[in-house]
Structure formats: structure tokens, C-alpha cells
Design a protein. Sequence first.
Length: 430
Amino acid sequence: MNILVLGSGGREHAFSWKISQSTQCDKLYIAPGNAGTALVGENVNIGVNDFDAIREFVKSNNINLVVVGPEDPLVNGIYDFFKSDEVLSGIGLVGPSQAGARLEGSKDFSKQFMDKYDVPTAKSKTFTKDNLEEGLNYVSSHPLPVVLKADGLAAGKGVIIAETYEDARSTLKEMLVDAKFGEASSRVVIEQFLEGIELSVFVLTDGEHYKILPEAKDYKRIGEHDKGLNTGGMGAVSPVVFAKGDFLNKVEERVVKPTVAGLKSEGIDYKGFIFIGLMNVNGDPYVIEYNVRMGDPETQVVLPRIDSDLVDLLKATANGTLNQVEFSVSEESATTVVMVSGGYPESYEKGHQINGIDSVSEATVFHAGTKAGENGEVLTSGGRVLAITGRGDSVANALENSYNGIAKISWKDEYHRRDIGQDILKLLDK
């Protein structure tokens, strides 16, 4: 099979790394890819939203399967583009239709969907600039803290947790009136703050059947002890100590089944991943958000724990035969720590040479914001630069391997959190 992965981040390097291990993969392409994906496949200089160029490439290179990494092309309708094209319609594509991608593309839509299909979630209300005063009054009567979410895509940064009423009101004005997140915050969802432990559960579905993949916990804040600005993710851990037995049964019965059934009931064509952001509130799962693709950096700990051939799962998803495929998960733990450019998630420099990657043997280095230099060196080209994934027979051992790997890598102004997984270790000690 010839396979095309769309995207350029750590998630896409992890997908490419795993797919390249399959005996079914004859040729692997990544568009546009990064310096890491070039080590396991061939990078192609095509943007993820350049559907016409993707179409021509797929045709001319006999691509059999397309795996969509990021959310943008899904929200923009790449699945529908393929299915409406006479040549592309027979090619497997892993990713939901544009209607299905609204689960991530619109927070308001996803909240309405959850309410309709009795998926447990925080109470919420949506406001626009036209009813700003009503929104300000609602905020003032809401228990603190107040959660404000931009309705549309905001690169993982569109969620604000306001600790005071003054902050909540000013944030609502910034989002609606000043367009803090552009068109994404033309609608704002204000919702109840849930107290608990956050985790992510990943589901692969062909629209009828589903498989629950290994769960993970990620770390969004730039600073240690979860302080500072939100980022795209500073690290992740899998498995999550409490995500088993009764709790996972509740997730499947109360969240996964009604979600998949709801999509089918709505007539939504959905062949891809559902990333379910959850809060464990006293042993009960509540959905914080849906995403319509795998997470980053969670993918870097989920895929290494899947022992089976990933291509089998991806093919079956695209073909609607997921019920015919079995897969196994390793008992090993996996942890990843993200190394970022100094200044991220605000302004940062690019183009710094990265040293020491080749000396890392105790962990897997997944590239995110990297590019190859003229002389073969690896340079920084983004905020999140590398994700260092360690594995071991315990979370502690996996973390040790991640941080030992990090100790061998350097570049100017590099930063990483040193406390990834420490909360999980404390839970394990109880």
C-alpha cells in the first residue's frame, strides 16, 4: 500500500513512525512533514488545506490510504472533497466528514450534541456580540471560576478559566467585541467549572463500530505545577492510573456508545478518531470537549503502546470493517515530554541548531517544529520542537527514560517542564 499522512507535527511523526513499521506499507509520504518524518518516509511540499494539490498527488502516486493528522483540513471538508470526486471517492481516508468535524469546529454544536444524546457534560450557555449584555449578566451570576470557550478553532488556546468576575467580564468582551481569537470567538460558550482530574480517551470508529485506544493525560500549561499560559501540550502520560475497571466502563456506556450512536442517528459520516477530553469528577466521567483527530502530544504515548499493526486498524476504519479487526495494547507505560522554543507560547525565535538527537537511545524522539538545514543539521522551526517519549514497566521508569533523553539534547533557549507525570506518580503512591 502507498499511504499519505497529512500534517507536520509530533502527532504526524508518531503516525508515520508507527505506519512505517507495517509490512503492508510499501511507500509512505508525509505532507508537508518535518525533519523527523523524513527519516521514516518521504516529505512532500504540500499544505494540508491545499486540496487540489493533494488530489493530484494522490492520483499520480497511486495512494491507497490517506490519514489526516490535524483538525483544520477536516473542519474544511477534506473528507467530503474526496467523496465527491470521481477519482478520489474509492480511496480510503481516515477522518470524519465536515459535518462530523463540527464536534471540534464548534463548541456550541458539540454542547448541543451532548445535551441531545445525554452525554454527561458541564452546564453551559452560548453568547454572541448581539447579546453581550446578557452574557455579562450571566457571568456575574455564575459560580467562580468561570470557563469561557471560543466556539471555533483557536489552536488549543481558546479556553480561558477566569478566577474573578472582573476577569470573566473583561475576557468575554475581549473575545466577542475585540475578536481575541478572530472569527473563532464570534461565539463564546460559558460553562460550569468541573473539579476533578482531567484525562483523554481515544476512540477509533468506522461510523458503526468502534475501538477504544489507550488513554492518556496531557499537560497544557507552560509552567510547572500547571501555571502560566495554555499551550498545545507540554507532555503526556499513558496509562492513567484511575482509567480502568468501573471508570472506563462508565466512559464506554455513558460517553462512547451514545456519541457513536448519536453521530449515526444524525446521519453523519464519521470514519476516524474521536478524542474525548474528560474530567473524572468523584469517579464519574464528564466530557469537557470533543476533538475529531488524535491529540498532540498524546499520540506520542498512545501509538507506542499499541502492539498491533496500525495499518490494519486504519484500513478497517476507512472500509467500515473495524469490527473484524482485533488489536492488542502493551502493559508498558509511555511518557512524553515536549521540548519547546524559549518564549513559547508567545513570541519565540526559529532557526536554532539542535544538538544531540542522534545520541538518544533510551527514548524515541518525535519531531514537531523542526526542519532540515542546508548541511543536514536539524533546526528549530516552531514553538513545540521535539517530544521525547520514554517507555518502561512503570510510569516512573518511562519518565526516567524521557528525561534522560532530554538531557542529551540542546539548543539555544530550549525549555521543558520538569514535572510531567508527577501527579500520576503521587496517585500511584496512594
